[in-house]
Design a protein around this ligand. Sequence first.
Ligand SMILES: [Zn+2]
Length: 359
Amino acid sequence: MADPLAPINPASGTKAGSEGASFVLDIGGTWTRASCWPLSAEEPIRMVRTPSRTNHPETPADQLIDQLVDLIVSMAPATKGSKVAISLGAALDHDRGVVYGSAPLWGDSATDVPISARLNARVPNVQWVVKNDVTAMLAAYRAVHSELDASKIAVVTVSSGIAARYDDPSSRIMPTDPAGLQGEIGHLPAVTNDLHLECACGVSDHVAAFASGPGIRAVAGAIAMRADPDVLAVSAVVLSPEEFERTFAAALDADDPFAHSVLREAVNPIADVFTYLLTTQPDIERIVMAGGVIESIGVHYRRAVLRRMRHRGVYHTSSSHPAWLESVIVLARSPQETSPLVGAAILAGADARRATWIQ
Ligand SMILES: [Zn+2]
């Protein structure tokens, strides 16, 4: 497997120098990463906190949007004629460069944000290419898995939000709905028992309200209210926002019963989404889970998903062919394998062979 972070070789058909992006950004709910392209070991990827609802819960959405545009303009070089590729963690219409919303970035704000137009207005001499982050992750994964060129695969990110993407391997086109969207599975209704949580988008009982990073902490808080005091007393999980992520991961590693009960409850809705996907599209050969939560607790997360799917999964097949589920539901092997920075550069033309990958 090629190293996706290795600089792409111009001799192999890449047009990075002439037609591709010279700078890439990946904007997530928590962090913004930026680098010159091609990536280079000599030049570390810059990381700054994103001006987002996740990081600044009290700041109004319109101010966060202004601050984000300011941040992008301040980080990207304004070299005349250059191209900047941006991977954005938001639901957006790729054709028009319009963002419909992003719970991690802007909470429940439903105002359309013409991000490409706003960047063009600020720095018209630069060509701004804005793509969804999961679309970019799928592009990066495709680029290092040529053995799957003929296979239908889906990439799912589990971080401050949740989303999925799949493409049509025969046409190389990513199907979209009339709004130019696909795979916003984090905002699908979650079938839950007696636990009800509000999604960051403002609607109750969405998948991300349970199975995302913030969702898992919300589930932990709700379960702690009704947990056996003896189990809770011996748990190493600390529920405060500052301590939860670290202590939860360590508790899972230590077979903490409370931590595992939380994770089982939290992943049920996303496991059900995978069940629906595989029930209606059994030709999906691989569902690749990636993102911040997976980097932290991926092995436990996958195990909990498979457990749910074995008990309440694809009718008949989950129990008769458990090895099939194990082969389809996989983890990204490293963050680089689904790097949004790499994917954004590819989608912006860094690799001519992939330039028609998305319309
Ligand atoms: Zn939602």
